[in-house]
Design a protein around this ligand. Structure first.
Ligand code: SF4
Length: 531
């Protein structure tokens, strides 16, 4: 096994390089330079995120380059930092020789145009490294960014978790780094956005794709208990139809999904997954099952946030790809009885990847754009905005539900924000909402596309989006398998299920479910969004 030291900055090229060596079975360590660059905080956060995911150590070296007038460190308008790579490589070679690394690798790509990124420069560095018995490698030096992005995609690198803006910790959206990343995200990493932009038709091809596509994500409802009584709760008081599964039964389900199904991810839900510490049995099991896999099964969780501080260290130690938190306000919450700001800050401080669901109702719709702006400032990168519906506990709270025209104001407010390209902001828009604003130009736009559109950096998903685009299945806490869009919020959920995982294997149920739901999606679309 070779010992490889990768010069890493948290950007796309060096991050991809780490995954590449790791996949080859090398022992990989990362070396990060803190030279007072303006984007240091985000670069380091992204680096730590991937090192944790890949289970590789990192070294941080503080150096001074304060004579440079580069815009990366100072107020100049040029990205070039005088001989920066020569300085980086000198440190890297020294560390490599002292600590017995076989290889030093640098993610240089073609076309940067600086003296210390040129092929001549790299040729000399190969020789200098060789003098000391070290191999210097630059495997991407003949590739451009999009070619590296393709490698990244094949290796399962999440480009949204890289930082390529040279000017600030929050991507400025204007520099070359941000522009290239935004293009790559559209071309390679956001198929759902491309779908959304292209529109949708129930073609035979779509049907074939739907039936043959692997299940991207299993939603695993690990309990049917909650410590709150939120006014908008989808679940309401729905009781389990059968006895809830035990820990060993849920572990069996997880083993089957990880070992037998071509599935990328498991999303833990339930009424409240952190009601107790059962969930950490499951995250540890997935980590264990992932150990020898190149394509690891990712996992995420949705929580009401109230128990997060109690389990903060365990949450940070687990490898959640995402923790989704529902909030309505950072200050005077109407739906829930606690203020989530402390929880959000604690999770960000622990570098836990966070997604915020913003629930919109009569009492908070005016402040939603400010809430999003504040959270972006704090470092949150993913949002989903949705209107509270009159289902579950909210069945009779009509006076708190938002009017379509008010929801439209939220959309307009969000569109006015200068949303950085790395921030993912989407909004659900149900048919009843659209029907309520028939004459509006934006509503017309949405109505021309049954899936959704992009409006000023906000991705507006309409009605059936999830059912049509996401290959997702839900397993309820009592073992019933449901298709996308079907939830335990339906008191008769077990009647809409194609069977129970305690009675039949999951693969058989999935095949049956796809045939069943495709019929419902095409012929009876309102069936899915009846909640
Ligand atoms: S919305 Fe979530 S947190 Fe609130 S009562 Fe329902 S299950 Fe519990």
């Amino acid at each position: 096994m070779r010992k490889v030291l990768v010069l890493a900055s948290g950007g796309l090229d060096s991050t991809t390089l780490m995954y590449d060596y790791k996949k080859n079975g090398d022992h990989v360590e990362a070396l990060f330079f803190d030279y007072k660059q303006k984007s240091k905080k985000s670069e380091l956060e992204k680096l730590k995120y991937h090192c944790k995911k890949l289970d590789i150590p990192y070294h941080i070296k503080d150096i001074e380059l304060n004579w440079s007038s580069s815009s990366i460190t100072g107020s100049g308008d040029n990205l070039y930092v005088e001989y920066r790579n020569l300085i980086f490589l000198s440190y890297a070679f020294s560390l490599a020789q002292a600590m017995g690394f076989d290889v030093v690798s640098y993610g240089a790509i073609k076309g940067a145009g600086y003296v210390d990124t040129s092929l001549e420069f790299m040729d000399n560095m190969y020789k200098i490294a060789e003098l000391g018995g070290i191999k210097f490698e630059t495997p991407y030096c003949n590739l451009d960014k999009s070619e590296v992005a393709e490698i990244a995609m094949n290796l399962g690198v999440d480009i949204r978790e890289t930082h390529s803006c040279n000017h600030s910790n929050i991507p400025c959206g204007k520099c070359d780094g941000c522009r290239i990343i935004a293009e790559l995200m559209t071309n390679f990493f956001s198929p759902k956005r491309t779908y959304v932009a292209e529109g949708f038709q129930f073609t035979d091809k779509w049907k074939r794709d739907y039936l043959t596509a692997p299940i991207n994500e299993f939603r695993l409802l690990i309990n049917n208990k909650c410590n709150m009584n939120c006014k908008h709760c989808f679940h309401g008081t729905t009781q389990s139809h059968r006895e809830d599964m035990t820990i060993p039964e849920i572990e069996d389900v997880i083993r089957y999904i990880c070992n037998e199904m071509p599935t990328n991810s498991i999303h833990f839900a339930g009424k409240e997954p952190f009601i107790n510490d059962d969930i950490f049995h499951y995250t540890k099991l997935i980590d264990e099952l992932n150990k020898d896999k190149i394509q690891k099964v990712r996992y995420s969780v949705v929580t009401n946030g109230t128990r997060v501080l109690h389990y903060l260290d365990q949450i940070a130690e687990a490898n959640f790809e995402k923790v989704s938190l529902s909030v309505d306000s950072l200050t005077k919450t109407f739906i829930r009885s606690y203020s989530p700001l402390k929880v959000i800050k604690a999770l960000l401080e622990k570098e836990v990847p966070l997604e915020i669901f913003i629930d919109v109702h009569k009492h908070n719709y005016m402040e939603v754009p400010q809430t999003v702006a504040k959270l972006i400032e704090l470092g949150v990168q993913q949002f989903h905005v949705r209107a509270v519906s009159n289902i579950g506990n909210a069945t009779n709270i009509y006076e708190h539900l938002i009017e379509p025209s008010e929801y439209l104001q939220v959309l307009r407010g969000l569109m006015k924000l200068n949303i950085p390209p790395t921030v993912d902001l989407s909004m659900s828009w149900y048919k009843t909402m659209i029907d309520g604003i028939k004459d509006d130009a934006i509503a017309d736009l949405i109505m021309t596309n049954p899936v959704g559109i992009e409006l000023g950096g906000v991705y507006v998903f309409v009605g059936l989006y999830d059912s049509l685009m996401e290959s997702q299945a839900t397993i309820t806490s009592d073992g019933y398998l449901l298709g996308t869009g079907f939830e335990i919020s339906d008191p008769l959920y077990y009647k809409n299920s194609v069977g129970n995982v305690r009675d039949e294997d999951i693969n058989t149920l999935i095949n049956r479910a796809k045939e069943f739901y495709i019929d419902k999606i095409i012929n009876e679309p309102t069936y899915i969004v009846k909640y």
